[in-house]
Structures are given as C-alpha cells and as structure tokens.
Ligand binder design. Sequence first.
Ligand code: TYD
Ligand code: MG
Length: 457
Amino acid sequence: MSSRRHDTLFVCQNCGFQSLRWLGRCPECGEWNAFVEKTDTSPSTRAKIPSSAPLPIPQISSAESTRIKTEISEFDRVLGGGIVSGSCVLIAGEPGIGKSTLLLQAANAIARQGKKILYISGEEAPTQLKIRADRISANSQNLIVSFQSEIGEILALIENTDPDLVIVDSIQAVFLEELPASAGSVIQVRESASRLFSAIKSKRTPLILVGHVTKEGSIAGPKLLEHLVDVVLYFEGDRTGPTRILRSQKNRFGDTTEIGIFQMTSEGLREAAEDEQLFLDRKAIYTPGNVVAAILEGARVILAGVQALAAHSYLAIPRRVANGFDYNRLLVILAILEKTANLRFGQRDVYVNVLGGLRVDDPACDLALAIALYSSLEDLSLPPTVAFGELGLGGEIRLVPALEKRILHAQRLGFQVILTPSHKGWEKMENVQAAENIREVLSIIRKISRREKVNDE
Ligand code: TYD
Ligand code: MG
C-alpha cells in the first residue's frame, strides 16, 4: 500500500474499508451507500505487536504462552485451552444473546483462582450489572468492575490496577474523547481498539472485547476488528429458546471447528452435557417433514432435528426459505431430487429449518434434508430416523468422516432407523440401513413410513 497521504478519504461505515473515491458499493463487505468522507487522515494509532530485532528462526522462542482457564470447559475448548496471555479475544453476537452473562461468569471463575480481573462495563448501570451478578452468584473480591467508557480513563485504570485480564463490554460503547465521532462509529471503534491493543500487548495482559452484531450479521464493530484480534468467537442461537452456541471464527491459538453449547437458565449459562438432546423435538419426530441429522461439530456428534415443509405455492416463482442451512445447498438438493428421483417441487413453496437455532455446515446433513423434503412432499411420517451422508450431484450418497461415531451416538439415543452411506460391514450393525444413492434411500423410506391423510391439494 502507498504511504502517500491524501486530503480526503472515503471510509465504509460497515467494515472500515478505505477508498480515495466515493463508491456506491463497498468492494470489501458488499454494503451499499456505506461510504462517508473522512477528511482527517492524521496518522492512526495502529495495533502493534512489540517490535524486535530480526532473528534467525531457530532463535525465536516458542515457549507456549501461559493460558488462563475460564473453568467453563465449553468456553475453554473453543478458545483452544484457555485465554493466551497477551492475546485479544473478540466475542461477537446479537444484543441480548448472553455475552455479558458468559463473560461475567468466566470472570468470576478466573477471579476465584486468585487472579485480578478488570471488567469495564460501558453500557450498563451498576444496578443492572449487580442484578446479573447476583443471578449468577458472581461475588469474588478479585472481580473489579468499572463503569467507564472513555479510553483515556480506561487505559489509566489498566495501568493503576494492573489486572491479569481486562474485559471491555462493549467496544461500541467506548470512545476516545479527542475524536469528534460518536461511540460505535467506525473511527471510534478502530481507534479505541488500537489503543487498548497497544496497552495490553506491551504488558502481556489478555483482553476480551465484546462486540454487538445486528440482525444482518455485520456492523462497524466485529467485522472491522476481525483481522486485528487473535481470536474471534460468535455467540449465537435462537433468542426465543434457551440454547446458545459459541463458535470460533478465527483462532490463532487453536482449532476453529470446536463449538461450545450452553443453556440459558435463570441462574446464567449452563454447559450442555454430552448427550443432551437440545436440537431435537421428540414429539415432532413423527410428523411428515421431520428427520434427525447426525452432524459433526468439532469432535462431537450432534443430533439435530431437520424440518422441511413443501406446501402448495400460489406464486409464479415458488418461495424457498432456509433457516440454519445453506440456501444454495437447499437449491442443489431440490435439483438432485427432481432430476434423480423425479420429485416435483416446481409448484411448491419450500421451507427448511434446523431446530434449536443451530446453523449446520456439515455436508452430512444433505441426506437428512433430502429425506425431510420427500417426507413432507408425500406426507409420509417416519419412525424416529437418523440420517447422514453427503449428496453428490448424480444422487449418489457419499461417505462422510466419523461414520461409526455418528452411528454409535444415534444408537445410544435409541433411534430405530439409522440411514447411512454404504460402507463396509453395515449389515452387522444394529438398526443401520445403508444406501448407495438417493433412489435407494427413498425406497427404504417408502417401506418404513406411513402416509398421512392431508387435504393439501
Ligand atoms: P446479556 O448477557 O445481557 O446479553 P448481551 O450481553 O449479549 O446483550 O443477557 C441477556 C439475556 O439473558 C436477558 O434477556 C436475560 C437473560 N438472562 C437469563 O435468562 N438468565 C440469567 O441468569 C441472566 C444473567 C440473563
Ligand atoms: Mg451485554
């Protein structure tokens, strides 16, 4: 990049992308009409890693940095084993999802280990925070809370209290007094974060930032900071239900496939047990359009209820809605069913949904979705059925990793029908039925299901 300074710059208010010209659409994040002129191009304080003299690679110390355990094992696992010293973690999520609750619980657990925590609350009144603290029994003397939102004051506080961990809740609520922009604007978020980074990197104190995300999934905060921080975690879930998922988007010190599962209770967040069936509805299982997918999230298998509804359409172009599942993948599966199994969805509105607010990326969910679509189209109710397998464009069912693990999990939870891709020795496995392609699967479904009478057409 050129280091030339121009008098005028245009900055995308969504992601912070800078351009010399005004642009209608941001090439970085795709947002429309987000560019605002920024006349002040004074040098910005950039996030810096402490510089060192050039060294031959063998002489660079690789000593594993110490990690602070939150003692919330779901949280620690997603972090890759705890919070690495000197690192910066961003926890993003919609307002009200439970970010402050999670962090206050973690802070309290860390404080109980004798470590000093500085929790900066920029958006809540002391009584609000205290009510939450009482609900989750956060009462450690080492948990110091400050209701402060000016960065200069916060930096002074960090300097004076010398904590083992700093939590800033949230980055949109803090601001630098010397900047004219309001808190939460791109400039404020970026500058505030940079000042915090420089302060903690030199002291090797870890920092956790909270960032709010809007319904559309992006705003100034998290998107703007993603490439500046070491770890980006998203806290998500269906706010109308109790299940919450902590997902890693980026982790310089760990695996990003791990997820943490929690339940929001009246006493804060509770970790989900291994076999807890949070994404299932045992009652809905028998209605047409319902199947259970055995999907892999990190190292664990989750049984997720998949629902499909193929209803008569009154529109020239029927509607397709995917909730918790990739929209384009849904279109591909519909096309495969149409072409290889002669199923007609052309006059149907199609809605698919994954229960419990889960967002599924595992291609093994394809087969369950295809069966759910068929079951809804033909009004077939199935016995409790688990299915997994990736669909190829020719209708073939592909093998997926952790086959045995998925089968064992479904067996343990008492499922009578487990549909899998064809693999060695499946005949000997209890309740397992394997198929090479989608036509075979549908013929199995016809045998085991019962047609419901519905006055649809
Ligand atoms: P909060 O942590 O304030 O969300 P965020 O910081 O992401 O905005 O949590 C908000 C919701 O969680 C709120 O609607 C109340 C609910 N909640 C519980 O159900 N139980 C609890 O013990 C706590 C503390 C909150
Ligand atoms: Mg909050």
